[in-house]
Structures are given as C-alpha cells and as structure tokens.
Design a protein around this ligand. Structure first.
Ligand SMILES: Nc1ncnc2c1ncn2[C@@H]1O[C@H](COP(=O)(O)OP(=O)(O)OP(=O)(O)O)[C@@H](O)[C@H]1O
Ligand SMILES: [Mg+2]
Length: 451
C-alpha cells in the first residue's frame, strides 16, 4: 500500500485529506508541522508528501513552507512534494515548482483534481522507480557480459542489443559459420568483431573482404588468389582465404558474389579446399567464415541470384541486427559515446535525436555527431546544431502525440517534475496526465480496487 504524508497545522485539513485519500486505498500519515513531518519521513517509507505553506497563524509569508520543502528535498530528494497553498501565495508555489516541487494545489482544493494529481504522481513515481531499476539491471547485465567477454567497445542499452551481443558471444566459441544481417550502418561489422574476438581462433589472422566494394570479376581472385598468367598480366598472389588460414574471414556484402565465386565459396566451406585462379593445385585452409549482408538473401535466391545451398551453409546461425529506430534506447548512449567526454547534449537535442528516424542507422548517427561537434560554438550541442529534419516536428504546437518512451524520458530528465516534463513536451500538465492515463501508466492500487 502506498503512503501519503500530509503536513498541515490545521487539524481539519489533515482529517479531510486523510478521509479522502484513505478511500482511495492509500495509507495516510499526518503531521502538524515541519519538525514532526521530517520525523515521519525519517521513520516511514513515504511515496508522496502534501505540505502546507504556513504553519503558524501569525506567519503567513510561506517562508516556513519554503524551508520545509527544501528540507525534504535535501534529505529525501526522490519523494515528490505537492504544495497546498492559498491562492494568494501562488507565486511562491510556482517558484518552488521550478525548484523541484512536483505540483501545487490551491486551497480550498477541488477533491477530484487533488485525487487526479495524487494518483498521477504516485503512478509516475512507480514508473520512474521501475524504469530506473530496469536501466540499472540492463547496465549491470551489460557489465557482467563485458566482464566475461571482449565486447570490442560496443555501446548499447537496449534489451534487443543485449540479447544479440549475448548470442554473438555464445556462437563465438562454436566453430560454425555465422550470417549477420541488418540494414546499412546498423553495426554488423561490430558484431563480427565481437565474434572474432571471443572465438577459439582469435589468435589467428582476421581478414575482412568487402564484396560490395569490388567488381564481381575481381572478387574471385581476391578471395582465392591467382597464378601467373591466369589472365593477361596476372601475377601470382595468394587470396584472402590463404591469408585467413587458422583464423577468421569476414565476408561483407556476400550478396554481391558472382555465381562462379559462390560455387567456389560453397566448396571451400564444405571441404576447406580450393584452387587459385589459373591453377590446378588444390590448397587446404581452416577458416572460420563470418558473412554479412543488408540485402534480402531469400529474395536473391528466389530471383536466382544466390545459391540456396550456399545460403544454408553460411547461415548455420543468423544474427539479425535491428535498425536503430527499433532500439531507441541506444540512440542517446551512442550519441554520448560519439561526442566524447568534453561535449554535452541539450535536452532538446536529445529529444530530436530520439525522435529522428535514422535511415542510415548508427553510421548516420556517428556522422551527425561528428558534424555537430565541428560546427558547435561551445561544448553544448543544441538541437539546431544537429541539422536533422524531423518528419514530425517537435515543440509547440505539437503535431504528433508523445509516446510512452518520450514521456518516460522527459519525466526522467525533469526528475519527475510534471510541469517541467510537460513544458519540454509542449503539453499542458493536464494534457500530459491525460496522455499518461491513455498510455496505461496506471495506478496499481486503483486497478486492485476495480477488480
Ligand atoms: N553498438 C555500437 N557501439 C559503438 N559503435 C557502433 C555500434 N554499432 C555501430 N557502431 C559504429 O557505427 C558505424 C557503422 O557500424 P558497422 O560498420 O558495424 O555497420 P554495418 O552494419 O556493418 O554497416 P554497412 O551496412 O554499411 O556494412 C561504425 O563506425 C561502428 O563502429
Ligand atoms: Mg559493414
């Protein structure tokens, strides 16, 4: 059961709130002034404080309330505080909201509005506690993995990447071919690096071939080598398979391989055997092959451009890297990583980064940040400095409604101060509360009663 502490010298106020809130299934504690109020906070777990601004008839400046508020924030910074204030002291209350009060309610209050505020703040608090716990669990899980494996400095916070990197470290030990798929710039090579770094052949050579960067007729000689005179002017040289012997070969853009190249690749994968171009000497290698592609190989098979038997051979394990827009928890931590320790992001810049679609994925994010760093006048990157065009513009008036992710981020950044989060999202406080309701950020106590 959640606890609300009411601090008011007026006994009638305490009693009225006690009845009102108890009926909502809340545990209500009361205190008649600052000192007993702080004593309750020391003693009990309190989820929300509702405090008066004046505690003596002869003192109506609100100074005592201000001091109490700061006293609570200093010692219990995570507990939301709602100010109960006479309308004549509204300015003081607004000042305190800027200083971190969760909200204020005018005396005499409207029961329905007070309940809405209390309910929303309690559910917000549990959502924040939950998302903070989730985030620290994610970071702990990543750290645990990084303690056991070499993650090659990969940066991520999303569950999707955690699972994927975990899988990469698992398959690293098994000596099987791995196919890494995913859109442009999403981090396929980063995954290949992780697999290689944790494999049993990590001590051997690590050779990378980008089949997308070579004309099809050259890929074959690049991979398998040539003999003198194999074609006009050909000089004998070893190919990449020979160079990768006892190690790992990373074949990027494997969809670009010519039919002849595909046939040779299939054979070397099956038997370890191949011949250089223009040679009938069969050579043997032991190579772990990792391949990557951002084209749809299944479709290439349908179209007759890719051999099905080769597909099954390279694809014993498939690791699918999601687009950056499908793991938005990674955007800000990657941006900070690319910025380095000397630069900061303005909150608006973080929001823009998070809302942008990133068709070029992590590579585009990296380029965007490098450009912003070059153009920045100081060490703080503004939204404008990013030069991103959002399809749904942010700010006031909003065209799109913020989703759960945006709301949680805004609330985390504002330290749970609803008014500040609402301003950042370009919404009124009430609109933000309504939106939270709609997104099913529900109050568990209320749900229990409805059942
Ligand atoms: N999780 C990550 N942590 C840190 N850097 C990353 C991460 N993912 C990607 N990068 C960086 O983003 C850039 C693009 O990543 P990478 O080259 O691995 O993508 P890719 O999927 O292989 O791209 P392409 O489709 O163009 O081959 C690289 O500079 C890489 O270092
Ligand atoms: Mg790549």
């Amino acid at each position: 059961m959640r606890s609300v502490l009411v601090i008011d010298d007026n006994h009638a106020v305490c009693t009225a709130l006690e009845i009102l809130l108890s009926l909502q299934g809340l545990r209500v504690l009361t205190a008649s002034g600052p000192a007993p109020g702080l004593a309750v906070l020391e003693r009990e777990t309190v989820d929300l404080v509702i405090q008066d601004m004046n505690f003596r008839r002869d003192l109506t400046s609100g100074e005592e309330g201000v001091a109490l508020f700061h006293g609570i924030k200093r010692r219990f910074p995570d507990v939301p505080v709602v100010l109960l204030t006479a309308w004549t002291h509204l300015e003081t209350a607004i000042e305190l909201v800027k200083a971190g009060a969760a909200d204020y309610i005018g005396k005499p209050w409207d029961d329905a509005r007070l309940l809405t505020t209390v309910r929303n703040l309690l559910q917000l608090r549990s959502a924040l506690v939950e998302s903070a716990a989730l985030k620290s669990r994610r970071i702990a899980a990543r750290d645990a993995l990084a303690g056991k494996y070499d993650l090659r400095g990969a940066v991520y916070e999303s569950d999707a990447m955690h699972a994927l990197v975990g899988m990469a470290t698992q398959v690293a030990a098994a000596d099987v071919p791995v196919l890494i798929t995913g859109p442009n710039g999403s981090g396929k090579e980063v995954l290949a690096d992780i697999i290689q770094a944790n494999s049993s052949c990590r001590g051997g050579p690590f050779v990378k071939v980008n089949a997308g960067a070579l004309p099809p007729e050259l890929i074959e000689s690049e991979l398998f080598g040539v003999e003198n005179g194999a074609y006009t002017g050909a000089k004998a040289r070893a190919g990449r398979f020979e160079a990768a012997d006892e190690g790992t070969l990373f074949l990027d853009e494997i969809g670009n391989l010519s039919p002849a190249g595909q046939a040779k690749l299939l054979r070397v994968l099956q038997t370890g055997e191949f011949e250089r171009l223009g040679s009938n000497v069969t050579r043997r290698v032991r190579v772990r092959v990792l391949s990557a592609t951002n084209t749809d190989l299944a479709q290439a098979i349908q179209a007759g451009r890719f051999r099905e038997d080769l597909y099954y051979r390279i694809n014993v394990i498939e690791l699918k890297v999601p687009a950056l827009s499908e793991r938005r928890e990674d955007i800000v931590c990657l941006a900070r990583h690319f910025l380095g320790p000397d630069f900061e992001l303005e909150p608006e810049a973080e929001r823009t980064l998070t809302a942008y679609a990133w068709p070029g994925n992590v590579r585009e994010l990296s380029n965007t940040i490098q450009r912003a760093k070059l153009l920045a006048d100081n060490k703080v990157i503004s939204a404008q400095a990013l030069g991103l065009k959002l399809t749904t513009p942010l700010g006031d008036p909003r065209t799109g409604e913020p989703d759960r992710f945006e709301i949680e981020h805004a609330l985390t950044r504002s330290g749970g101060i609803v008014a500040r989060a609402a301003r950042e999202l370009g919404l009124s406080r009430q609109a933000l509360y309504r939106r939270m309701d709609k997104l099913g950020l529900r109050d568990p106590a209320q749900e229990a009663r409805q059942e």
